[in-house]
Design a protein around this ligand. Structure first.
Ligand code: HEC
Ligand code: HEC
Length: 313
């Protein structure tokens, strides 16, 4: 074979390769429209990515204030949202509704789309915070939703996605400036900041703590109900007062198993300040909750996860 022929063979291979690839893409784009409103494509986020799991360090407001809408546009494609949603003005509904103008609109209220009762029954409006909660885990936000999407565990990407969704408007709402938030006061050591946990718990708000488990991303890795499944992290029902690293059927790190103590309020407070300082080598890829009030609220919520909550200290 002379060089000319070799080149031709290569060219032929290349062309057939490209055709194959293009056909594949076209198939992916066409399938969602075959039967509107029914999920043909299930996209699960790699929630079980282990050590690669993101560690949400900063509150959503702070991440949002510096989030890039352009990065969000790229995330929207990379995370697979484009498979189900159009974004242009007057764009057609696919498996999911068109998202132009969704910010500020009634939840589940786009005309011409058959929403689940789970979402249309919410009756609220989409704002920055609600979109963030929705995208953490749609099925937790609106149980029974038709959006077959596991959720976006990466807090930074969620902020970018929300910033991008905000641009899908004739006149986007201004992104609220983040209040100065004390970032990682305890970042250097493992010592909890704030007053003793007993004092903090006395004024803590368990309902606010439950909300924080969503906004801080705990729910991406943990279930909280009685008999709930283990995910990336163990189920947390009854965690207050139970021996550390003892939930059935969960493979803990030696770092946490080796502690051998009980989850007292104090231990939980130190753990949640900075898991990696409390149990160096732990599998929980989470930077920690820097704000002592938020920690106390979360612990107050964990306390409620029991048939008979342990007495406050
Ligand atoms: C497998 C298809 C699918 C994927 C992937 C998907 N969605 Fe959805 N989405 C839906 C469906 C279906 C609904 C309607 C849910 C319902 O009625 O319960 C929806 C609803 C929504 C809504 C609420 C719209 C409204 O009018 O209230 C937003 C916002 C949204 N999706 C954003 C996203 C983003 C951002 C991503 C990517 C991170 C994404 N979706 C990925 C199918 C999908
Ligand atoms: C990226 C996933 C991830 C996130 C996010 C996460 N955790 Fe964890 N969590 C884990 C893993 C994994 C373990 C087991 C740690 C080990 O074995 O070292 C764990 C363990 C725990 C334990 C000890 C459970 C036991 O049975 O001993 C508690 C309590 C806990 N997490 C609470 C929280 C709270 C509260 C949040 C949110 C502020 C949170 N976690 C966020 C993955 C996560």
């Amino acid at each position: 074979m002379d060089t000319m022929q070799v080149n031709k063979v290569f060219a032929a291979l290349l062309v057939s390769g490209i055709t194959f690839f293009v056909a594949g893409r076209v198939g992916v784009i066409l399938v969602p429209h075959a039967e509107e409103g029914k999920a043909h494509i299930k996209i699960e986020m790699p929630v079980a990515a282990g050590a690669a799991a993101p560690a949400p360090e900063q509150p959503f407001e702070v991440l949002l204030a510096s989030a890039s809408a352009d990065a969000g546009k790229a995330d929207f494609a990379a995370a697979g949202c484009v498979a189900c949603h159009s974004v242009g003005e007057g764009g057609k509904a696919g498996v999911g509704p068109n998202l132009y103008g969704v910010m500020g609109a009634v939840q589940g209220g786009r005309p011409g789309f058959a929403y689940s009762a789970a979402l249309s029954g919410k009756g609220g409006k989409w704002d920055f915070a609600e979109l963030n909660k929705w995208l953490i885990k749609p099925a937790a936000y609106a149980p029974g939703t038709k959006m077959s999407y596991a959720g976006m565990p990466d807090a930074k990407k969620r902020a970018e996605l929300v910033a991008y969704i905000n641009t899908l408007e004739a006149s986007p709402v201004a992104i609220p400036a983040a209040a100065a938030v004390p970032v990682a006061a305890a970042a250097a050591g493992g010592a909890p900041s704030g007053e003793p946990i007993g004092v903090m718990l006395a004024k803590a708000d368990a309902a606010a703590g439950q909300k924080s488990t969503m906004t801080l991303g705990c729910i991406a890795c943990h279930s909280f109900g009685d008999g709930g499944k283990n995910g990336l992290g163990p189920n947390l029902y009854g965690v207050v007062g139970r021996p550390q690293a003892s939930h059935e059927g969960y493979a803990y790190s030696a770092a946490l198993k080796g502690k051998g103590g009980e989850w007292t309020y104090d231990q939980l407070n130190t753990w949640l300040t900075k898991p990696a300082a409390y149990a160096p080598g732990t599998k929980m890829s989470y930077a920690g909750i820097a704000d002592a009030n938020v920690r106390a609220n979360v612990i107050a919520y964990l306390r409620t996860l029991a048939a008979e909550p342990k007495p406050l200290p």
